[in-house]
Ligand binder design. Structure first.
Ligand code: NAD
Length: 421
């Protein structure tokens, strides 16, 4: 997919939602463009003494509802259009959940596997040196995303605190617990999706013992697999960037996680207890009740969407379905629980972390779980009801729900009708 088309695809969601709501044209005009995107060149000293530079971005898409919020991605294919698209999604995701945030995103064009740990630390600190004037606890609050983790967030929070001369843990979320992270942040994205599926299971026609296939086996993929197994469901197939494994009797999730922890791949478990190798591209065709994309964007497209046999797709990844795939699945009666709702558990617990940092008072894990479940169920139910009432897919309903909240905030500053009356 070309660079510009990912952003155009995102805007199609806005146009679609606007058809179902009576919003002022000001709202659409404001949400069609990012407020600011800053591009920098980050220069760091490599371990061999040479200097190397990397391109980095930070986009603050819209801050009408509060400071912008969104992760930082390290990926060799990162681009300005991708960062802006992800920031657009964050704007809607925070509005879907009713969080007091706008949307943002950041990235560095790098393959982190090619850097030593010391080089990765220098790059992460360089990112904050470049963007210290843009981010801030009341301005723009980053978090982890693909190929960044709590350790990277810890370096970044420390660098920011050194620049401003005081401890500022609320500038970034997803930090290690010892540095002001929240309990429950590690599995929050998957747990939010799990609460959502459990809450709507009857309406979605999902039974007591689901067969689940998971595409991508990083943070989101591993946690959803673990939560589903703990709840009595079966993981029948998983994949990562090296390949896929399947077992109709159910895969051994502990074994899969151990293989990843050892720096390997899920395919390293082939031969263990019925684990069979599966060509990665065949994963969408595996018979299952719930299909969970938890890898990267656009992995389900017009080519492989017709193979999907699941009743429900839980989008833990951001943008895993192309608009063509969406249409095919809708025609085949597959319900898609869209990313801006399904994976919003991560940003919700990030919000809890920010609240706890600002209060200097930390909640027990149980409290985090109860608060997360309450919000996931409340917003999931609201979107389910919009979807039924308006007879629209869950994705459009989620955008309608978010657009309603964004429109209320934008219109509160006055619309054309107000100024012309
Ligand atoms: P991660 O880096 O921990 O894991 C990504 C996984 O995808 C890895 O296992 C990788 O091997 C796999 N992958 C890459 N290419 C693949 C391919 N071609 N086929 C199959 N698997 C492939 O990332 P993550 O944090 O788990 O994020 C995954 C997705 O979830 C992303 O879209 C991210 O934006 C989204 N997400 C994550 C969070 C979070 O809190 N971690 C929150 C919201 C959304």
């Amino acid at each position: 997919m070309s660079d510009d088309s990912i952003f155009e695809h995102a805007l199609q969601r806005l146009d679609e939602a606007a058809k179902h709501l009576n919003v002022d044209q000001d709202v659409i005009e404001k949400l069609k463009f990012p407020r600011e995107t800053t591009k920098v060149r980050l220069m760091i000293r490599m371990d061999d003494g040479s200097r190397k530079s990397f391109v980095g971005w930070r986009c603050r898409y819209d801050d009408t509802r509060g400071p912008t919020k969104g992760g930082i991605r390290y990926h060799p294919d990162a681009s300005s259009a991708e960062v802006e698209t992800l920031a657009f999604w964050m704007t809607f995701k925070c509005a879907v959940m009713g969080l007091p945030y706008g949307g943002g995103k950041g990235a560095v064009q790098v393959n982190p596997r090619e850097l030593s740990k010391a080089e990765l630390e220098r790059l992460s600190r360089a990112y904050i040196q470049a963007f210290a004037r843009i981010i801030g606890p009341d301005r723009d609050i980053p978090a982890p995303d693909v190929y960044t983790n709590s350790m990277v967030m810890g370096w970044m929070a420390d660098e920011y605190s050194q620049i401003v001369g005081q401890a500022e843990p609320a500038v970034i979320t997803g930090k290690p617990i010892a540095l002001g992270g929240s309990l429950g942040r590690g599995d929050a994205t998957a747990r939010g999706g799990y609460y959502l599926v459990r809450h709507l299971a009857d309406e979605l026609g999902l039974g007591q013992e689901m067969r689940v296939a998971v595409q991508g086996f990083g943070n989101a993929g591993q946690h959803i697999a673990r939560l589903m197994v703990a709840d009595g469901h079966r993981i029948v197939a998983v994949s990562d960037s090296h390949g896929a494994v399947a077992s109709d009797a159910g895969l051994d999730v502990d074994k899969l996680i151990a293989a990843k922890d050892a720096g390997g791949s899920v395919v390293d478990t082939v031969g263990h207890d019925g684990h069979a190798l599966l060509p990665a591209e065949e994963l969408p065709g595996v018979g299952c009740d719930l299909f969970v994309p938890a890898a990267l964007e656009n992995m389900i497209d017009a080519r492989n969407a017709p193979w999907l046999k699941a009743k429900v797709v839980l989008e833990l990844a951001n943008g895993p379905l192309t608009p063509e795939a969406d249409q095919i699945l809708a025609a085949n009666g597959v319900v898609v629980l869209p990313d801006i709702l399904a994976n919003a558990g991560g940003v919700t617990v990030s919000y809890f972390e920010w609240v706890q940092n600002r209060h200097g008072y930390y909640w027990p894990l149980e409290e985090v779980h109860v608060r997360l479940r309450t919000i996931m169920e409340r917003e999931g139910r609201a979107i389910w009801n919009i979807s039924r009432e308006k007879e629209i897919p869950m994705r459009t309903a989620a955008y309608v729900h978010a657009l309603g909240r964004l429109a209320e905030a934008i219109e509160a500053h006055g619309t054309q009708a107000f100024f012309m009356s």
